[in-house]
Design a protein around this ligand. Sequence first.
Ligand code: FDA
Length: 585
Amino acid sequence: MADIETEVLIIGTGPSGSAAAALLSSYGIENMAINRYRWLANTPRAHITNQRTMEVLRDLGRDVEQEAYLFATRQELMGETIFCESLAGEEIGRMKAWGNHPLSKAEHLMSSPSLMNDLPQTLMEPLLFKTACSRGTQARLSTEYLCHEQDSGGVTTTCRDRLTGKEFTIRSNYLIGSDGGKSLVAEHAGLPFEGRMGVGGSMNILFRADLSKYVAHRPSVLYWVMQPGADVGGIGMGLVRMVRPWDEWLIVWGYDINGPQPDVTPEFAAGVARQLVGDPDLKIELLSANTWTVNNQYATALSNGRVFCVGDAIHRHPPSNGLGSNTSIQDSFNLAWKLAMVLKGQAGEKLLQSYNLERAPVAKQIVTRANQSIAEFGPIFNALGMSEGVEPVQMQRNLAARSEGTEAAEHQRDAIRKAIAFKKYEFDAHGVEMNQRYRSNAIVTDGQIEPAFQLDADLHYQPTTWPGARIPHVWLYRSDNGAEVSTLDICGHGRFTLLTGLGGEAWITAAEQIEIELGIEIVKHVIGARRTYVDQSGDWARASEISDSGCLLVRPDHHVCWRSVGMASSPRTDVLRILQQILAR
Ligand code: FDA
């Protein structure tokens, strides 16, 4: 007999665990979240927050999304990614990033009701955690996961109360391992991994200093400093990252993973800061310093029986592209509604298999992308003449050579421009963030062919209602007050949604019958004149890829799971078939 019982036990209250807890509580599922520390993240690791993540927060509630914007640095201040010799020194080049190039901005605005922003993890975690606890999550801090055992009826987890030292057990129907990159849950569940941990070493130096005079005229989140012969180790490149504009900063500096772990003393930290800022008299207030390793590893199976892992527990990679926390929160968005429907008896356990099928490819995609982005700094180093093995004095000469009036210097400038522009695959990769299309037992295409990407799928999001893709965002208008409402707003919130147009009313009648038959709630909307939501701009008619009498079935996580381009001969037969298949009934 366990000491405590709950429906879902969540190990870890980072972005993935807190999001899972907030979503499960919002769906009415009893859950408990534990964290071995007495509070949440104490350093602002994750910060780039993409539109898809903000859509998850928006789904939790407009108040949750709005609170995130209150704390966040807004997108406009993230714009200029700078490459320079030091903040005070010469600028080598720059690129507009994170949806701030006018063309990219337009694509962002057209893709989502939510905005990209910079929200440090120290502010994101409390928001998600508060949302979870206020909606029912039982949280236990200073509580450490030790091990688990599962049987056909549930999971028994042994924990230690770190205040008393006492061990106790928690019995749950399901266990979520959201315990980060060194996940014990994933290890104990025997999840298979590919790739390697510890492929590089990095240190974080968090400090306060007013750097406005160096940066306010070129607002950015990231300032890359290339310094030949830097005498503080690393690879001759450091990152000065804005935490709060313009007086709180995080320096990321590499160290040789094969050497001893550096002792980041206050003197050392101040030295690195002065060197990268380029001000020998700079005074900093050091807040913290720590080291971490660069990883290149992802799980190829994300669950084992009743144990499911999310977040860094299943994808471990460098911060490039800012994908970690974002993907972690999105993993939980994929998993939570499935667990909720199974626990409510609305779906069979087979639905849970789709979590693996849908999110394992994403784990591989983002780990690969993030590591590739590191490698793609290579052409910049080469163009600057700062490749590995070149002596520092020669590096300095090569760097200076770019300002000469020679043909060689013109070639060099061209190579630098191209190499910097190519970094859009890291700093403006909207497609990587938004293009996930799922293939699994929880998606039914009925043989419809997947639309090919017209543009580079890493850089550009391409909306489609092809089953598996997230429903395209389009602004609709409320007929009673004219207010704008996104198509995403009328879907989600833990429920399936059926969308049709004028002439598609038979789908609504079918869904009403099936709701009773299957005991699930289906939200139903006819979009069109004199209905609650109208498509005055015609944007929905263009984006929906179905006729007015067709229908889209949208899952609680905004992904289309089936569509009919026109009216069917028996709407009830079709919708019932699809839902029975998806819900494993
Ligand atoms: P996370 O590691 O955050 O949380 C794990 C939780 O489990 C913690 O609460 C921990 O206490 C708990 N835990 C662990 N073991 C336990 C045990 N045995 N018992 C109980 N509790 C236990 N991402 C991004 O999206 N955008 C970005 O811009 C960046 N930038 C960035 C910069 C830097 C410098 C770093 C190092 C990382 C990033 N990231 C990022 C990545 C991001 O920080 C990371 O992906 C997320 O924190 C992962 O969230 P998780 O919730 O999965 O794990």
